[in-house]
Design a protein around this ligand. Sequence first.
Ligand code: NAD
Length: 284
Amino acid sequence: MTDLKLGLGVVGAGLMGAEIAFVQAQAGYSVTLADRSDAILRAAMDRLHALVEKGVARGLFDAEIAGSALTRIVTSDDFDALGSAGYVTEAVFEDLDVKREVLLRLDGVCRADCVLASNTSTIPISTLASMVGADRRPLFVGTHFFSPVSRMKLVEVIPGFNTAPATLELAMQICRDAGKTPVKVKDVAGFAVNRVLHAFLIEAVRLVEEEVISVEDLDTACRLGLGHPIGPFELMDATTSRLCVQAQEIMQEAYGERFRPRPLLKQRVTAGFAGGRGQPGWRR
Ligand code: NAD
């Protein structure tokens, strides 16, 4: 079985990948973080240093553990650096062609016994597994982290059609080592959490369309009545309404009308009110 003393790898040093590398390094693993350019990798390490600095100030991280985790992350813009890793997580753009290119390259450079884990949020794991050679498919698994990775405890762990039980167990163990709680989920569109979430978000938009309640009041109601840490509209602003429409369309295709994005949500996205860093949202 895979030797993790050889270290772990993460490809894609964006929002998710950089923090996945960090939580794995916090668990004591040496992690090679790879991306397309040195500039992207430097920016990712700067974000992690800032995260640690803020987290230590707020008492979220132990200064020594978090600081030494940063020293266990090495960066590279060359996939060959992943050649000795025992377990590599893919966290590149959510685009089938980009994932295919990256997975093919990883299949070529990684050890024969290296596990490949994908952090995709919408693409079926078995589809991604079909992009690597037949020998690698038993070593392919989905690990769906939640943002922000350093704070959110859940990981959905998804076996594909060919995933070996030992691969699933290894992925679960690495998640536990990284302080996460893994749950096993079948390889279906939206996995489990996004199905629950988007059913909820669709109903939230419907309530506003019907003028049953205001955006602000429903956010308050969900915080105070359901104990949610943030309301549905604040959440859509954080993740962007554009991403919500994309996810709902994928689930509509899989499950039918119950996931059809609400007209108001689509209209707002088209009109440039998607939220996120670049656009106004529901609350701002
Ligand atoms: P992101 O855009 O922040 O980061 C993606 C990174 O991949 C970028 O740094 C980019 O340079 C890199 N990349 C792209 N092509 C590459 C290539 N050919 N070789 C090497 N690196 C390459 O995206 P993200 O939000 O971190 O999402 C990454 C994955 O995680 C996606 O599959 C996404 O669906 C999934 N995901 C995202 C969230 C979220 O809340 N953003 C939550 C769960 C899962």
